[in-house]
Design a protein around this ligand. Structure first.
Ligand SMILES: [Zn+2]
Length: 425
């Protein structure tokens, strides 16, 4: 039994590794001997172990053996390969009282890293994230106006160029992941439509790859957020969850179904912000009326409380402290519409958890009982009885960690093959 949804696909491909005599695991020889490795079982097992160590941040060899079903000598052989490739490193076991031979702890290498870009209406955030989802650096470059795609790419490329000597000296950069608030086709990294940025048909991944020379991919920000929370955050270990993020410019979502992010045919799935919640609702930029994101808005809460943007913590404090009936009524009105979107999601997807992020998390914190009771009374009782509403936990690091997953994906799929392709440039 695998501990997390993330490994389910790899686990189906698992074959028990038969180590070959000519493995050549001596130091320095691993790269050449595993290059173009024809043994798919070994490739899959290396990928599986690296993914597990990356996602869990640390696992002992014994835990890896237990969770994969591979025997200990196979685990040792594979971990030695990953150590020689500098993808993981080992330390003495943390538990000093173990019986029998101690089992070293395996950690993801801190020198393998991804760059991340998150363009927003008022800033471009550039991040450096190491394997294990650790945010090493975050640079927020504020813009005076909404950046065009070309401007966003130029800013990101300039910041990366400024970091280049530090990156070259200390890290192996596997690539760049871009988290875009809009519809993106992940296959080619083209932003089809980012309404709040005013971007249409912008090949941002290709543009940035041309400027930096790094492999670059792009995807929808909320989908990446859903993945990040389901791997490293409040949704870790869960196979079925709905993620909903409320920001200044709207509501995005992602659906993890049976351990996999639901993508649809082009990667557009999960637009829960455009779920229909009100027949006489306001017009939405998508062309419809009464969408969740036209009825549930952070700006209305800020306005009511006399706040001028600012941190979510400030909004939360103000909402919880507010005893004014109009503020409470607005919270209940918004939770009412949110519950309509969520009951549809509960009835359709039967999730174990609904994860609320951004101002939706704050809205929930202001009156959790209101949303819980609406959800349980309006959804079908069986799925309603199985779902919990939780607040997301990754906070402001979310998009960096999510976008880094995009860049790490090819490495995690086939560590040796990817490193070879990187070396060839
Ligand atoms: Zn809409």
């Amino acid at each position: 039994m695998f501990p997390s949804a993330r490994y389910s696909l790899a686990s189906k491909r698992i074959d028990i590794l038969k180590p070959k005599k000519q493995d050549g695991l001596g130091s320095g020889s691993v790269m050449s001997n595993t290059a173009n490795d024809p043994d798919p079982a070994r490739r899959n097992n290396l990928a599986l172990l690296l993914s597990m160590v990356h996602h869990r941040k640390v696992l002992s060899r014994v835990q890896l053996a237990k969770q994969t079903g591979l025997n200990r000598s196979t685990i040792s052989t594979l971990i030695a390969q990953l150590v020689a490739l500098d993808l993981v490193h080992e330390t003495a076991p943390s538990g000093a009282t173990q019986v029998g031979r101690p089992s070293p702890d395996v950690h993801p290498s801190e020198s393998i890293a991804a760059l991340t870009i998150n363009p927003e209406i008022d800033a471009i955030t550039i991040g450096l994230v190491s394997l294990g989802g650790n945010v090493i650096k975050k640079i927020r470059y504020e813009t005076e106006r909404i950046p065009s795609a070309q401007e966003a790419v130029s800013i990101a490329a300039a910041v990366i160029a400024g970091m280049r000597s530090e990156l070259d000296a200390n890290y192996r950069i596997v690539g760049v992941g871009i988290a875009v608030p809009g519809l993106v086709t992940p296959a080619d990294g083209v932003v089809q439509h980012a309404p709040h940025l005013g971007w249409r048909n912008e090949p941002v991944a290709g543009m940035l790859a041309a400027s930096t020379g790094y492999p670059t991919q792009a995807a929808n920000d909320a989908s990446l957020g859903a993945e990040a929370e389901s791997i490293f955050g409040a949704g870790a270990e869960l196979r079925n969850l709905i993620y909903l993020n409320g920001g200044a410019s709207g509501i995005g979502g992602g659906i993890i179904a049976d351990g996999k992010l639901l993508s649809g045919i082009s990667g557009y799935a999960g637009e829960l912000g455009h779920t229909f919640v009100r027949t006489d609702g306001s017009p939405c930029y998508c062309g419809a009326r009464g969408c969740l994101e036209t009825e549930v808005q952070q700006s209305r809460l800020l306005e009511l409380l006399g706040l001028n943007g600012g941190e979510l913590g400030q909004l939360e404090e103000a909402l919880i402290a507010a005893e004014r009936p109009d503020a409470q009524a607005e919270v209940e009105r918004q939770l009412g519409y949110l519950s309509i979107a969520l009951r549809n999601a509960v009835n359709i997807f039967n999730p174990g958890v609904i994860l609320l992020d951004g101002f939706l998390s704050v809205l929930y914190a202001a009156a959790p009982a209101v949303l819980d009771s609406l959800l349980s009374s309006q959804s079908m009782s069986e799925p309603a009885g199985q779902v919990r509403v939780l607040r997301a936990t990754l906070g402001s690091d979310l998009m960096l960690i999510g976008a880094a997953e995009l860049a790490f994906a090819p490495l995690l799929m086939d560590p040796v093959g990817f490193l070879n392709s990187l070396a060839k440039g």
